[in-house]
Design a protein around this ligand. Structure first.
Ligand code: AMP
Length: 592
């Protein structure tokens, strides 16, 4: 069947009047000052994400409304009302206070989607403590690297994760003063040099007055990966809550009676901004599934939990597509009215799949760790052009720029006025959730800006109707199953294997995960490139990095292509892997 290039919305598609009904008028009328007025603020002009997300509702009509609903395969569902969440986050804030953890100190969280994680994140924010959620599938190395870069003072994790991933490197994390453990099997924990969180929580008061944070005070530190060097810690402030609220309204179209499900893990930025904060800001009920992906389970949850707004990711959608439409059709989704996706390119096929199988097209949207919130989106009332990320949200000015010099510093760019020209996607600096810096890396931060434009590192084009189309990245970072992976971090771990002389890592296209990590290694003298060694190196990488980051494939090469200045040419490794033209190899050591 021939599919049209545009999906226009009918009243039936919309089901409820959308928050953003007249895109042009709203863009013209929008101001961030007005957007902020939807929030309460603290006495004296302060702003605090935790307060806006929880306490504001707990003190009002939503006190008994379910805020977070946790479901798991072998346990009864757990509902936390806004009132209960306020009390628990108060207790946690008092636990921190009791330990001498103050405003500006940094707390890391490493856990699956357990209630304690959500309580810790929100309670810490209320205490003015800066929060970094980490992905629980990380191995010991990425965990220690991040805690050390962030000079983390507190870690909240489970007894099992601590034993498997943290304990061995604890001595190498000198800033870590307090480790708070959750017993995975219940009961209490008794690890040396740690605290049992449940015991501390029981002893703490459930009354707490939110610490007076200023909109410009740091709130969240999210790590992201670049092409070179260690991961970068993007600093976000409490004022970001204005963007979280506005985007929850426009891009996720949250209405007060929604039952919302964000499938992202809080270890990644989507799982924090839209898995914890934005739904609570809107006072909706947010579902948290503690289990890993399972197509049948997911369809079942969409139906039985009467999810109305669903925020997921292309890899998950592709996995659902793979499991076949029959499975989807065993359930019905009368409550579902809006489906959105983020994190990687969403193929047009997937947009149509949504329409055919769920009865609703999937709305792609775009943002990144540095932007702190959704910037470009397919909003409910706008027609969808499958394959496009949509249009900039009200308050966001986007454009395509071309660089005037290849490697200039500071960068100089020119805005491309003509439609359909590929260039770097740029955003006019100044929206509330824009990152305020990379921790301890001012030079890298400055390189992201050309005058008033923030340079995203993504290549895109904009069409004559103002729709943005993703083209690719300007750098070598890898997006696998929606997770950004820095090749340098993987290469460094590989190089620690006794047999590895050099390593180069690329993203290899994959029909489900978008990309998978593939490594090329050359060996030190005396080692033979055989299957036993390959498996040993793979095992080493998985142990160090964790399954989410480690390479899925390793190939041996006698030597790796390097530039004359000694940098591994990942671009060339990738071109060779894919059988593509090798491009400019003039800087290749020893010629092409
Ligand atoms: P992260 O900082 O981990 O959230 O990754 C951000 C990057 O993911 C962006 O810079 C893009 O390269 C990619 N990305 C996010 N959303 C989309 C999308 N809708 N389409 C294509 N790429 C996306």
């Amino acid at each position: 069947m021939e599919r049209p290039e545009v999906i226009r919305k009918t009243a039936h598609d919309l089901r409820v009047p959308p928050n953003l009904s007249d895109y042009d008028a709203e863009c013209r009328a929008f101001s961030w000052d007005v957007a902020r007025q939807a929030l309460q603020g603290l006495p004296g002009g302060g702003l605090n994400i935790g307060f806006e997300a929880v306490d504001r509702h707990a003190a009002g009509a939503l006190r008994d409304h379910v805020a977070l609903r946790f479901v798991a395969r072998n346990a009864p569902a757990l509902d936390l009302s806004y009132g209960e969440l306020a009390r628990q986050t108060n207790r946690f804030a008092n636990v921190l206070k009791g330990l001498g953890v103050v405003k500006g100190d940094r707390l890391f969280v490493l856990a699956g989607r357990i209630p304690e994680l959500y309580v810790a994140v929100l309670g810490a924010l209320k205490n003015g403590t800066v929060v970094t959620p980490m992905f629980s599938a990380f191995g010991p190395e990425p965990i220690a690297t991040r805690i050390n870069i962030g000079a983390g003072q507190v870690l909240v994790t489970t007894d099992r994760l601590y034993q498997r991933k943290v304990k061995q490197l604890r001595a190498k994390m000198p800033t870590l003063r307090h480790v708070l453990l959750v017993a995975e099997e219940g009961g209490t924990t008794n690890e040396p040099d740690t605290h049992d969180l449940a015991t501390l929580m029981r002893a703490a008061s459930d009354q707490f007055s939110t610490v007076a944070t200023d909109p410009e005070d740091s709130a969240l530190l999210h790590f992201t990966s670049g092409t070179t060097g260690t991961p970068k810690g993007a600093i976000h402030v409490h004022g970001a809550v204005v963007t979280h609220h506005a985007t929850g309204r426009y891009a996720l179209d949250l209405h007060p009676d929604d039952r919302y499900w964000c499938t992202a893990d809080p270890g990644w930025v989507t799982g924090t901004s839209y898995g914890i904060i934005a739904p609570l800001l809107h006072g909706v009920t947010s579902l948290i599934d503690r289990e890993e992906f399972d197509a049948e389970r997911w369809y079942g949850l969409l139906e039985s939990e009467r999810i109305s707004v669903w925020y997921t990711a292309p890899t998950a959608i592709r996995m659902l597509m793979k499991s076949g439409a029959e499975l989807a059709r065993q359930h019905s989704y009368p409550a579902l009215r809006f489906v959105a996706s983020v994190g990687e390119p969403l193929n047009p096929e997937a947009v149509w799949w949504g329409k055919e199988v769920l009865g609703l097209p999937i709305h792609d949207n775009w943002w990144q760790t540095e932007t702190g919130g959704i910037m470009i989106a397919n909003t409910p009332a706008l027609a969808i052009k499958p394959g496009s990320m949509g249009r900039p949200l009200p308050g966001i000015e986007a454009c395509i720029v071309e660089h005037l010099e290849a490697e200039g510093e500071p960068p100089r760019v020119r805005v491309v006025e003509r439609p359909d020209v590929e260039g770097e996607l740029a955003l006019k600096a100044g929206w509330p959730s824009m990152f305020r810096g990379y921790l301890n890396n001012e030079a890298r931060f400055r390189k992201c800006f050309a005058g008033e434009w923030y340079l995203t590192g993504d290549l895109a084009r904009v069409d004559a109707d103002g729709y943005y189309w993703f083209v690719g990245r300007t750098d070598d970072v890898i997006k696998s199953a929606g997770h950004l992976i820095g090749p340098f971090e993987v290469e460094s771990a590989l190089m620690e294997h006794p047999a590895v002389a050099e390593a180069g890592v690329i993203g290899k296209p994959d029909p489900v995960a978008g990309e998978v990590v593939k490594a090329f290694v050359s060996l030190k003298d005396g080692f033979k490139p055989d299957e036993v060694l390959r498996l040993d190196i793979l095992g080493h990488a998985r142990k160090r990095l964790g399954a989410a980051v480690a390479p899925k494939e390793i190939a041996f090469l006698p030597v790796l292509p390097r530039t004359r200045s000694g940098k591994i040419m990942r671009r060339l490794l990738k071109a060779r892997e894919l059988g593509l033209p090798e491009g400019d190899t003039s800087t290749l050591e020893g010629g092409a």
